[in-house]
Design a binder for this molecule. Structure first.
Ligand code: ASP
Length: 325
């Protein structure tokens, strides 16, 4: 195995750095559901709280784009969440570097990558979308833009995440077991009362990554894609493999061809399994999709991925389907 391959495999393990909380989940359901709107869905346990915030917007007739920004800000602000925003585990040099993107029903989109010292990268991404002629700003340019827009710089390395990093430095060991320790981006997609779709995605990326590494989460088409004619999809898991199959865009295109959200996610997962037979056992990727009718579904490479759903009639956490061979 080449060094590069070895590193990618290593980073899977290194990135799988936090356990899931102990909220009880619904049994795995073979979604797709009959549609409902408004509705919001998001990745992992932390999606429950994020959805509740998004629902404050959606439930009172607000726009999906505002709901998906406000929703994921809850996760970004949680210092106990080691995979998103403040408290996120740093790279191998001790820097917390954040990636985020957002997309609305008119294909407007904004993204930031390798952003440091701002608690709400999703809001900086929204400003990129709303205030610039560009889609993506990275690094120092993104920092200067954020400052110009009035965002405050602050240290995002909490005592807890610093301690975890120092512990990791002792062995620099990349071998934690998949799904014992999950790495958990928040991706959120919503359909509002007007029938418009939007999505957001925000992460601190793989723990102990190389300095400068950017995953799928800020990349429109990989970590997130929205097409208001069809549906929206988000990804979580090892970003390198999501990028390789252009995950979220692939799923939206499959829905355009008539697949249900669950079928589209499943086909994307099977593509990863088929194309990377020597890698898939050691990596997790989960996909989540919502279509224009408000039907949703998910699929993952391995068991352990779950997602949160909120609408007028639903408020629950669901275990995703996964590849069974
Ligand atoms: N997709 C994210 C990344 O690769 C991490 C994750 O969701 O686990 O940066």
């Amino acid at each position: 195995m080449s060094n590069r391959r070895k590193f990618i495999k290593s980073s899977v393990y290194g990135g799988l750095a936090i356990g899931t909380a102990s909220i009880s989940t619904m049994a795995c359901t073979n979604q797709s559901t009959p549609g409902e709107k408004p509705i919001v869905i998001s990745t992992w346990n932390h999606g429950m709280e994020a959805n509740a915030e998004a629902w404050n917007v959606l439930g009172s007739g607000g726009k999906a784009i505002d709901a998906v920004e406000k929703g994921v800000m809850v996760t970004e602000a949680d210092p106990d969440n080691a995979t998103v925003g403040i408290g996120g585990f740093p790279d191998r040099d001790g820097n917390v570097t954040l990636d985020a993107c957002i997309m609305d029903e008119n294909d407007n989109c904004g993204s930031v990558a390798f952003l440091q010292n701002f608690k709400h990268p999703i809001s900086v991404a929204r400003k990129v979308m709303d205030e610039t002629p560009h889609v993506m700003l990275v690094g120092e340019g993104a920092r200067r833009f954020a400052v110009d827009q009035g965002f405050k710089e602050e240290n995002l390395l909490t005592p807890k995440s610093e301690a975890a990093w120092k512990k990791w430095l002792l062995n620099q060991d990349y071998k934690p077991k998949i799904n014992v320790e999950n790495h958990d981006t928040i991706g959120m997609v919503a359909l509002d009362a007007e029938g418009n779709l939007s999505g957001s995605c925000t992460t601190s990326g793989a723990a102990w990554k190389m300095h400068g590494r950017v995953g799928d989460s800020p990349i429109i088409g990989a970590g997130l894609f929205v097409d208001n004619e069809v549906g929206a999809a988000v990804a979580t898991g090892l970003g390198e493999f999501v990028i390789k199959i252009c995950g979220a865009h692939t799923i939206v295109e499959l829905m355009r061809q008539g697949r249900s959200p669950m079928e589209a996610c499943q086909e994307a997962v099977e593509r990863i399994v088929r194309k990377y037979p020597n890698d898939y056992q050691d990596l997790q990727v989960g996909f989540l999709a919502l279509n224009k009718d408000g039907a949703y579904g998910a699929h993952a490479v391995h068991t352990g991925f779950n997602y949160a759903v909120k609408s007028k009639t639903q408020d629950r956490l669901i275990d995703s389907q996964f590849y069974t061979g």
